[in-house]
Design a protein around this ligand. Structure first.
Ligand SMILES: OC[C@H]1O[C@H](O[C@H]2O[C@H](CO)[C@@H](O)[C@H](O)[C@H]2O)[C@H](O)[C@@H](O)[C@@H]1O
Ligand SMILES: [Ca+2]
Length: 552
């Protein structure tokens, strides 16, 4: 199957995020690789996703799982060769799957040759200027930009670190092993755009651009979302529009609605095609524990309008911690109390757990949040392994506990590798509840009622109703805050989504006066419900129950 060349394909796409290193090992060395991933493309096609977002695959010392790039135009040798990548891309495209790669713009690894050259100081021994020095941000005192917060609060005490070789401090928003590039230097912009061209020329369908708010620093600001940063990102978009039309840019900007929306730019002066909806994510979990969906509605209604080309990207989990940066202090305290009872679950400003353990492995709650994810405006992202209910490993450092090997079957190392578990890059999960002996693709493929099969059916249902992807959103007033009700509407159809966030059955009345005379019909099964009248529409929902309805 080949792809339909619709220019706005990303608006109706379902994304699947995966780490090549932990997805499938093709050569038995215990590390996932491109040949292994290529062998799993039929699985991904069968699941019903459209786009693969692959985590950074560049040569890297892996001090931040590849977000510390040592070479922008290569493949990490553990993952295969550039030719292996090309084969993967070709085979993905042949199956109608698109591929979006992670592009780390804000910083490099301290091992990158640019930084190693920069450390020689502004002037070389022969008196000539060191052109690489200005690739990074330096200080004599390490006191500038004091208004910038620290992001990795568990490990870093400052955004400046003294470099022994140059005797100067360098700026880094993330780990000290990730020096920030100096975007006030036009050569840096050229280098990064050229690196992007390299991958676009190979045929990638776009980039998830990492940590975009932090490109530029200015004294007296918090060094986030600055106008100069937006100018650079708009230049990136212009290059894509002019030379690579049809490719997509997705912004990772973990910001409040008013700031994140700026990363779309405008119809006249566009920036990113897509932005992650960070603010809504923690509120989905919060609403479950509070049995009150008010915060979901409030944050969604707070999102400013986006340009016609734009699309939000929604997610429940990803490779990082469940970030709690976009909540109030009280809400953060609530989330920690509700979802991180063990202190090992906390990291930086968030919670390092996977979807199934967060929801106590409760299939009803997993289904509920997944259906809301699929029904809210935006293109949803599934995180690898969540479609089978994988668990996490709190004994692993940093965020690695949610990056364990994909569980394919009950055999050696869960079918991830022919290597033994202790030889794998991260050990596959082997416990009695979430271990590969019990939770794996093969067994779920044989079980029609498995989470995997359910997910696949739900994706198929979503695909058949374009209103999920591009319909307008209208929240429906109810008399029960545990119930989230909204419509998604196009000129052709109106969908009504009703979800019960409570642990008990609930009665609710929906204010559906605008739809008097219409008959709700279930999307799966086409069962008609009582017709809507002038009075509030009464419904009963079982615990964590949901309805996907079409208003005929
Ligand atoms: O490349 C550095 C990091 O960039 C992304 O980080 C983001 O994740 C942080 C939480 O882990 C988040 O708080 C921050 O706002 C983001 O920019 C990337 O996803 C990380 O894996 C990476 O370490
Ligand atoms: Ca391998």
């Amino acid at each position: 199957m080949t792809q339909t060349p619709a220019p706005e394909w990303y608006k109706s796409a379902v994304f699947y995020e995966l780490s090549v290193r932990t997805f499938a090992d093709g050569n038995g060395d215990g590390k996932g690789d491109f040949p292994g991933l290529t062998g799993k493309l039929d699985y991904l096609r069968g699941l019903g996703v459209d786009v693969l977002w692959i985590l950074p695959c560049y040569p890297s010392p892996l001090r931040d799982d590849g977000y510390d790039v040592a070479d922008y135009v290569g493949i990490h040798p553990d993952l295969g060769t550039l030719d292996d990548f090309k084969v993967f891309l070709r085979e993905a495209h042949a199956r109608g799957l698109r591929v979006v790669t992670d592009f780390v713009t804000n910083h490099t690894s301290s091992d990158h040759p640019w930084f190693q050259a920069a450390r020689r100081g502004p002037t070389l021994p022969d008196g000539s200027p060191n052109e690489y020095y200005d690739y990074y941000v330096w200080s004599d005192t390490g006191t500038e930009y004091a208004g910038a917060r620290i992001i990795f609060t568990d490990t870093e005490v400052s955004n400046w670190t003294l470099d022994e070789q140059s005797g100067r401090y360098y700026w880094h928003r993330f780990f000290a092993s990730q020096p920030d590039l100096n975007y006030d230097n036009p050569r840096v912009i050229e280098e990064i755009l050229n690196a992007a061209r390299f991958w676009l020329d190979l045929g990638v369908d776009g980039f998830r651009v990492d940590a975009v708010p932090y490109l530029i620093e200015r004294e007296g600001t918090n060094c986030e979302n600055l106008p100069e940063t937006h100018d650079i990102l708009k230049r990136f978009r212009r290059m894509v529009d002019e030379d690579y039309p049809g490719r997509v840019l997705l912004a990772e900007a973990n910001q409040w609605p008013e700031e994140v929306v700026e990363y779309f730019g405008t119809d006249a002066d566009p920036e990113f095609h897509m932005c992650f909806n960070f603010p809504v994510m923690p509120r989905l979990y919060m609403s479950l524990k509070k049995e009150d969906t008010t915060s979901i509605r409030e944050i969604m209604e707070r999102l400013p309008a986006i340009p016609a080309f734009g699309q939000w990207v929604t997610f429940l989990r990803n490779h990082d911690e469940l970030t709690l940066e976009m909540v109030t202090d009280d809400e953060r305290a609530f989330m920690y109390a509700a979802y991180a009872p063990d202190t090992r679950m906390k990291i930086n400003v968030g919670i390092r757990r996977r979807l199934a353990p967060l929801l106590d492995n409760d299939r009803r709650r997993v289904e509920l949040l997944t259906t809301v994810l699929l029904a809210l405006p935006g293109s949803p992202i599934l995180y690898y392994g969540d479609e089978i209910g994988m668990g996490d490993d709190l004994s692993l450092a940093d965020r690695n506990g949610v990056r364990t090997p994909m569980q394919w079957n009950a055999g050696m190392s869960g079918g991830f590798s022919t290597a033994t578990p202790d030889q794998c890059f991260f050990p596959p999960i082997g416990d009695a509840v979430y271990g590969y002996g019990r939770v794996n693709v093969q067994s779920q493929e044989q079980d029609p009622s498995s989470l995997l099969k359910w997910t696949s059916r739900q994706l198929e249902l979503r695909r058949r109703h374009p209103a999920f992807a591009v319909g307008d959103l209208t929240f429906i007033d109810t008399d029960n805050p545990a119930i989230l009700a909204f419509t998604r509407r196009t000129g052709d159809e109106t969908l009504l989504i009703v979800s019960n966030f409570a642990a008990n059955a609930q009665a609710v009345h929906l204010n559906l006066g605008d739809y008097a005379g219409r008959v709700p019909v279930t999307l799966a099964g086409a069962s008609p419900f009582p017709a809507i009248g002038e009075d509030p529409y009464a419904m009963i929902l079982g615990k964590y129950d949901y309805y996907w309805l079409r208003l005929n």
